[in-house]
Design a protein around this ligand. Structure first.
Ligand code: ATP
Ligand code: MN
Length: 478
């Protein structure tokens, strides 16, 4: 099999005159003469020039949008606009036909909703090609960032018996015949007879297990799928999403914030450096899309500018209490424009509030700290005021919460007292509490929703468009 060269490499070639083999999928075929060919290595197509007078008519007919072809030809300097090189075809082989009458992707603009219905083919569009190359770079950069800092990549379990948050939004895992599960004498389902001998579910977070790793390896991170059966049909929630959860021994909340901010900047910079063409394309796409909106709803910055801005500026850090003051005094609150009015200290912030702080008030990413303990999880470290915990959420423009984290409660008595208060069974989490019994130390960590990061960097508006095959209520196609 002859070596083929990827289109990205050919387009960057400074040398011409040699024969090359190129393979890919036909995007368009114009005037029986010009093929725009794409192989996914770059957003840009290479132009194949066909000598149609000396090419079999039957073959020409098979060069259709979507067909897979192999071309051998000479790489020459291009006379046309928009590309520096093109391939003068000598041999064309059809590897896979694509019936133009039936191929769902026509060479025209399709709506994102339509493309979601054909998610098996949407990779072949410019937009989705760019999104998934950026997603790939971000994933790689996450690993590179932590590896450079000596973090250990820890694989926490997917099937677990614990519900980390106690939120109960889990998917059950069972081997029972669900129509007829074994029952106990009192008529309850007898999980003792199930595969694991107990009730199990898909993980909602690897944090608790991650903490166990940090209590020996110092710095660990997880990067894996998480599952939440929350029935939230929003543009920010998926039922299956990927989460990055670092846990660090001997970190306090400030170290935690510094790490999170550095990580976000590192991975965004990596994508800017390595996916220039894709981000330029996505920037144009977003600018076009925003032209449909009324002037006052358009963003002041392009996607590229937003990303650069994020790198160049420190994130704004303030406490929940300070944020509540700002929100209470804000124009939309006074004019009753918020769906959930901000009344007093203690209420949870809604996405509209988070976005107001980030997009209207500070106009930059924000880190909120020290939330009321009532609205945060049991494992967050209690502050001396007796009211707040050392939590930190990072809020991003267009997204709202992108990271949720905290310094963890390392004091056994405080932790147990909080678990009792909110009714978290201590006996089930005996292994978690053991780390507070033996060699407990200050430590901290956070969870980054990977798809929310990809949303931000690609400028897409719906989380279903930044994961290859989204899982959400009433949908598990593909
Ligand atoms: P939200 O309030 O937005 O639902 P959360 O408070 O439930 O978020 P955490 O439990 O702190 O979120 O999870 C950590 C991170 O995981 C969040 O900051 C967010 O980036 C991401 N995340 C949470 N739920 C989802 C979801 N259903 N789909 C995609 N990402 C999510
Ligand atoms: Mn949630």
């Amino acid at each position: 099999m002859s070596q083929r060269t990827k289109i990205k490499e050919l387009l960057a070639s400074t040398q011409t005159g040699m024969d090359v083999t190129v393979k890919g999928w036909v995007r368009t075929f114009r005037n029986n003469q010009f093929i725009a060919l794409n192989d996914g290595s770059t957003n840009n197509n290479i132009q194949i020039v066909v000598d149609f007078e000396n090419t079999d008519v039957a073959l020409l007919k098979r060069i259709t949008t979507g067909a897979a072809i192999s071309v051998v030809g000479e790489l020459v300097a291009s006379l046309g606009k928009g590309q520096s090189v093109e391939v003068k075809a000598k041999e064309i082989e059809i590897l896979g036909d694509s019936d133009p009458e039936k191929y769902p992707l026509q060479p025209k603009k399709h709506s994102l909703e339509f493309l979601r219905e054909i998610a098996h083919l949407r990779f072949r569009t410019n937009t989705f090609g760019a999104i998934f190359r950026v997603r790939n770079s971000l994933a790689f950069a996450v690993h590179q960032f932590f590896q450079e800092k000596g973090f250990v990549y820890l694989h926490t379990p997917i099937i677990t018996a614990s519900d980390a948050e106690g939120a109960g939004e889990t998917f059950h895992v069972t081997n029972f015949d669900i129509a007829n599960p074994p029952k106990t004498e009192t008529g309850e389902i007898d999980y003792k007879q199930d595969f694991f001998g107990r009730a199990t579910n898909l993980t909602v977070s690897g944090q608790l297990e991650g903490e166990l790793g940090a209590m020996a390896l110092s710095d660990i991170y997880t990067f894996g799928p998480t599952f939440r059966a929350e029935n939230s049909n929003t543009t920010r929630h998926l039922a299956e999403f990927w989460m990055i959860e670092p846990e660090m021994a001997f970190y306090d909340i400030v170290d935690n914030m510094d790490l999170a901010e550095a990580m976000l900047k590192y991975v965004i910079k990596y994508a800017l450096d390595n996916n220039k063409d894709d981000i330029e394309f996505l920037t144009q796409r977003l600018t076009e899309e925003e032209k449909q909106k009324p002037q006052n709803e358009r963003s002041e910055m392009t996607l590229l500018e937003k990303l650069q801005f994020c790198l160049a500026n420190d994130f704004e850090r303030l406490t929940y209490t300070e944020a509540i003051e700002i929100l209470r005094e804000s124009t939309p609150n006074k004019k009753k424009k918020f769906q959930y009015p901000v009344e007093g200290w203690g209420t949870d912030l809604q996405s509209e509030h988070e976005r107001y702080l980030v997009e209207k008030h500070f106009k930059k990413p924000v880190i909120l700290t020290d939330y009321p303990k009532e609205i945060k999880s049991f494992y967050m470290r209690q502050n001396d005021d007796g009211k707040t915990v050392a939590a930190m959420d990072i809020l991003f423009p267009g997204i709202g919460e992108i990271i949720g984290g905290s310094q963890r409660e390392e004091r056994l008595d405080k932790l147990e007292q909080r678990m009792d208060e909110i009714g978290i069974p201590k006996d089930e989490l005996w292994w978690y509490l053991d780390t507070r019994r033996f060699g407990a130390c200050p430590h901290a960590g956070f969870g980054l929703g990977f798809e929310r990061l990809v949303l931000f960097v690609t400028g897409m508006g719906n989380i279903r468009d930044v994961i290859p095959f989204p899982r959400f209520p009433k949908n598990a196609e593909f």
